[in-house]
Design a protein around this ligand. Structure first.
Ligand code: BTN
Length: 245
């Protein structure tokens, strides 16, 4: 496997982007022990202390339309959740579209970024950040209330390498299956099984509007199906979701 390790780097997503532009092959993984400028969704900072988390990015070069990039986020959520459950026995769940949670708190975030032109994807960078042995005291107060680590939930330290290998293994299986079949069936099945969103009242911020509704289902492509306040059923491709019920 093509795996590039840094003791410390600004952001593995930034580095992966550079490597992808320089011709790094699909499947290249950038992993760091510490990020000094870790990035989350919506321009947020991602706390990435040294030695206690998994901060990594995977370079993909699929033949995909830009509109399909959200599928890769679903596939990644399925892989990470399955891997965390297999290795640690914890009851990880998926808060659609891209948060992995344990005991209602976030333990992992996924940041999918793409470069595309003329309706074709050049590359997709899948960034995965997992609070494995992070001491919750390292989180700023506002993050502390909503974030947890695997150590905090299972009560002891977990060997990060085991989790990394399990994620990459399962990710590869799901990704190759997706490329071969062009179907998201396997990933979506996992996302449904471990969803903490489905069946609940949700509030979704999507493209500057706020939608209240009930999360009903995932489509075969991994979009969220909701019944909105007016009683109409609609599909959401991506957005910020809070689970209310
Ligand atoms: C989020 O939930 O907002 C997404 C967080 C993604 C964090 C990971 S850590 C590895 C990769 N490099 C980054 O700078 N961000 C992602």
């Amino acid at each position: 496997r093509n795996l590039i390790y840094y003791p410390s780097i600004d952001s593995t997503n930034n580095e992966a982007k550079k490597e992808a532009a320089l011709g790094a092959p699909e499947g290249t993984v950038i992993i760091a022990d510490e990020q000094t400028g870790g990035r989350g969704r919506l321009g947020r900072h991602w706390v990435s202390p040294r030695g206690t988390g998994i901060w990594m990015s995977i370079i993909l070069k699929p033949q995909l339309e830009p509109a399909e990039a959200a599928k890769i986020t679903q596939l990644t959520a399925a892989a990470v959740t399955t891997a965390l459950r297999n290795v640690t026995g914890c009851e990880a769940g998926i808060k659609w579209p891209n948060d992995i949670i344990i005991n209602k708190k976030k333990v992992c975030g996924i940041l999918t970024e793409m470069s595309a032109e003329l309706n074709t994807v050049n590359h997709i960078i899948v960034g995965i950040g997992i609070n494995v042995n992070v001491d919750p005291k390292e989180f700023p107060d506002e993050v502390r209330a909503i974030a947890t680590s695997i150590k905090e939930s299972v009560g002891h330290e977990i060997y990060r390498k085991e989790i990394v290998l399990e994620i990459l293994q399962i990710f590869e299986e799901l990704y190759l299956d997706f490329l071969r079949t062009r179907s998201m069936a396997k990933s979506v099945e996992i996302c449904k099984k471990y969803s903490v969103t489905l069946g609940n009242a949700v509030r979704i911020i999507s493209k500057d509007k706020i939608i209240f509704g009930e999360a009903l289902d995932l489509t075969e492509d991994g979009e969220l199906v909701i019944r909105n306040e007016a009683g109409a059923v609609e599909k959401i491709i991506s957005g910020e979701v809070s689970v209310r019920g």
